[in-house]
Design a protein around this ligand. Sequence first.
Ligand code: SF4
Length: 368
Amino acid sequence: MSMTHHFDYTLQNAQGGTCIAQAWAKVEPPLPASEKYRIQQSIKQALAAKNAVLIAHYYVDGDIQDLAIETGGCVADSLEMARFGRDHRADNLIVAGVRFMGETAKILSPEKRIFMPDLEATCSLDLGCPAEAFSAFCDSHPDRTVVVYANTSAAVKARADWMVTSACALAIVSHLKDQGKKILWAPDRHLGRYIQDQTGADMIMWNGDCIVHNEFKGEELSMLKRLHPGAQVLVHPESPESVVAHADLVGSTSALLNAVIHGDATQYIVATDKGLFHRMQQLAPSKQIIEAPTAGESATCKSCAHCPWMAMNSLNGLLHCLENQTGEILVPASIREQAYRCIDRMLSFSRQTGAGTAHGLVPNLGAA
Ligand code: SF4
């Protein structure tokens, strides 16, 4: 194996600005049809030859999502991606998504090898919550139960008592509140505020956000609703409070997808990464999906409602990591074992209570 990448969390750029520009600069331009077809065929052959399965997130390019389904892999939220990988017989998991998803897959499947097309594909929530600073924050609040969102590094999870997804966060925080626990929440402040509003729990927050969801705008959404009075408004809870206020449904990635598939409305205004629209249109072709409005050209994510790090996943990148075994995710055993505990606690809780389950799954690891 060559080019394995060891991450130093403390050296990551917590500002995110440069990283976003670098991410967009690395996004592959559209390929000519014949070239795309050739690469897709090569990926299919390489998956079979290497005993590998492709596991893709809802936010990556539609061609990669289609390839995952065609080759017997899956398209899902990040927890289901990790669970699918854990239960699949393949020795090698090719994860198309962002870095914390590869790490979660490795934590749940330490005996397997996990590869990603580009290890620099990360997440503003992960970048904005470096392990050392987070650990100091926890140390200064020793009386609080530490609850972290899935969109964090393995090292941050190793410091936590619980990991939650946006699908089971309400149930777990309510459970902890009933036990008289005070909570330290990280890293998404919008999701944390939403959970605090819903549960009344005593929570202090890390000040992180998702650069994609943070750009949705409440006032513009209200204007768009007036143009489409029959539309249902679906909002991911990583969005600001002013956007959540207009929602008919607030939910995880999978919950939003299910709402479109099973809902009675014909139009849906959706506030989440538009990569999800590919699957929505495939599974509910008669429904009209309308992008919720973002901020304009000056916004940090270019107001495109699309994650630059998710966009870094390319067909060429997939083929390269398959053929050359580059981009391997490695998590030190000590961190992996500690991080496993907070994930396992969530999985056990969800199994016992049914919290966050839909069709037998915990539907979402977050915005991601
Ligand atoms: S869309 Fe997902 S992966 Fe991208 S920055 Fe937001 S939470 Fe992170």
